[in-house]
Design a protein around this ligand. Structure first.
Ligand code: PLP
Length: 394
C-alpha cells in the first residue's frame, strides 16, 4: 500500500522527539517545573524585538498581497540582496541575489542541496558526531552517508576523512558550531580539510563539495570564530537557517549560498532550483522573507545560553565529568561515567532529568544536554549530576 521506507521513517520516530514526548507527559503528571527536560534544541530566548515590530508593521501597514503572495522560487530579490549584503559586510565577499536561494530552514536547505548534487552511487562523508537527520536526508535523496570518526577533542580527523574519500565521494558535510558537541572547528583544522579536498579533486578529476551546515553560526560564547568556509575552499555550499539565531524554528526560513567560486556556479544554482521544485517547496514563506529582509542584521540574544553554558562547563568537570568544550550552539556533550550513554540517560530519568543518548549522534559513550532552557533548571541539574556521579562511585 505505501512505501516501506517512508512507513519506517514515519513510525520509527526520532529518539529526540520520543524523549521530548516523554517529557511532556511527565510534565502533566508532576508539573513542568519538576522536569529537567534538556532534550530538544528549541530556542528559549524570544526572537529579537525587530521581528515582532516588522510583523506588526507588515500586517498593519501593507496590503496582504505584498506579504502573502508567491515569490520567485529562489526568493524575493530584495530579501536575497539583503542577505548577500549582510554576508558581504561580515566576510568581505561580493555576493548578490544570484548567490542566495531562500529556503524553509536548514533541513530544507540540506535536502535541496543533496537532491541537487547526488547522482546514483554518490557518497557524502558525514563527520561524527552529527545531527541524526543527516542520515535521513542523504538517504532520502538517494545518496550514501559515509561516517568519519572525529579526533579525541571532537575536531575533524583529517586522516580519517582521507581514508573515506574515493571516486564516489560527492561531498563532505560539516557542522560548526556543532550539534551535539558545541565544538567550533579551528581554522587550521578546516584549512587542512580544504587542502585534502583540493588534492582529492585533482586526483579524481571531479569537484568535491564541502557542505557547511551552519544554523548555529551566530551562537558563540568564546573568542573562537566559526570560519566562513567559502573563504577557505571554493567548492563550498552553505546551508543556513534563522531557526536558532533569530529563535524562529517554527517559521521555517533559511537559505542556500552558492558562491560564484563554486565550479559551474550557474549550473549548481539552477540544479538547486530544480531540486526545490521537485521537492515541492515552491518558495520560502513570503511573510518571513519580508521579516528577514528587514531583520537580517538583528543580533541574537544569547545571554541566557552563555550563563547556562558557563554554569555547566564550570561545574560538571569539577564533579568528575568529561565534557566537550561548547564554544557555540546550545548543547553540552557529556561522556557517561560508564561509557554507555543509553544507560546514563535511563539513570537520569529517575531524577526526572531528560538527556539524549549519544548513540544517534554516532558516539554511544556520550549524552547530549540542550541548555536552551531556564537557568533555574540548569542550576537544579547540578545536584542531580552529583547524585548520578555518586551512584557510579558506589
Ligand atoms: N542542522 C543542524 C545541525 C541542526 O541542529 C538542525 C536543527 O536542530 C537543523 C540542521 C535543522 O534546522 P531547521 O530547523 O532550520 O530546519
Amino acid at each position: 500500500m505505501v512505501s516501506k521506507k517512508m512507513l519506517d521513517l514515519g513510525t520509527k520516530r526520532s529518539v529526540i522527539r520520543d524523549i521530548f514526548e516523554y517529557g511532556s507527559k511527565l510534565a502533566k503528571e508532576i508539573g513542568a517545573e519538576n522536569v529537567l527536560d534538556f532534550s530538544l534544541g528549541n530556542p528559549s530566548t524570544p526572537a529579537p524585538r525587530e521581528v515582532a515590530n516588522t510583523i506588526r508593521y507588515m500586517v498593519e501597514e501593507l496590503s496582504p498581497r505584498e506579504y502573502n503572495s508567491y515569490t520567485s522560487s529562489a526568493g524575493d530579490t530584495d530579501t536575497r540582496l539583503a542577505v548577500a549584503k549582510n554576508l558581504n559586510q561580515r566576510f568581505s565577499t561580493d555576493y548578490n541575489e544570484q548567490n542566495i536561494f531562500m529556503t524553509c530552514g536548514a533541513a530544507a536547505s540540506l535536502n535541496i542541496i543533496f537532491k541537487a548534487i547526488i547522482e546514483s552511487g554518490d557518497e557524502i562523508i558525514v563527520n561524527i558526531p552529527y545531527f541524526p537527520e543527516y542520515k535521513v536526508f542523504i538517504e532520502g535523496q538517494g545518496g550514501k552517508p559515509v561516517f568519519a570518526k572525529c579526533s579525541e577533542n571532537l575536531y575533524l580527523d583529517i586522516d580519517e576523512i582521507e581514508s573515506k574519500i574515493n571516486e564516489n565521494t560527492k561531498a563532505v558535510l560539516i557542522n560548526s558550531p556543532n550539534n551535539p558537541s558545541g565544538v567550533i572547528y579551528p581554522k587550521e583544522n578546516l584549512e587542512a580539510l580544504a587542502e585534502l579536498l583540493k588534492q582529492k579533486q585533482k586526483e579524481y578529476s571531479h569537484p568535491i563539495f564541502l557542505i557547511s551546515d551552519e544554523p548555529y553560526r551566530e551562537l558563540v560564547f568564546t573568542n573562537e570564530k566559526p570560519e566562513f568556509l567559502p573563504n577557505i575552499y571554493d567548492n563550498t555550499l552553505v546551508a543556513y537557517s534563522w531557526s536558532k539565531s533569530l529563535s524562529l524554528p517554527g517559521e521555517r526560513i533559511g537559505y542556500i549560498l552558492v558562491p560564484n567560486k563554486v565550479k559551474d556556479h550557474g549550473e549548481v544554482f539552477a540544479a538547486v532550483g530544480g531540486a526545490a521544485r521537485v521537492l515541492g517547496y515552491v518558495c520560502a514563506p513570503s511573510m518571513f522573507q519580508y521579516v528577514i529582509k528587514n531583520c537580517v542584521d538583528a543580533q541574537p540574544n544569547i545571554e541566557v545560553y552563555r550563563t547556562n553554558r558557563n554554569i555547566l562547563f564550570e561545574s560538571l568537570p569539577k564533579i568528575g565529568y568529561t565534557v566537550a568544550n561548547p564554544g557555540g550552539a546550545f548543547y553540552l556533550f557529556i561522556k557517561s561515567p560508564s561509557d554507555d550513554g543509553n544507560e546514563f540517560c535511563e539513570r537520569a530519568k529517575k531524577y526526572h532529568m531528560l538527556l539524549v543518548p549519544g548513540e544517534g549522534f554516532g558516539m554511544k559513550e556520550y549524552v547530549r544536554l540542550s541548555f536552551c532552557v531556564d537557568t533555574k533548571k540548569i542550576e537544579k541539574s547540578i545536584d542531580v549530576f552529583k547524585k548520578l556521579m555518586d551512584e557510579y562511585k558506589l
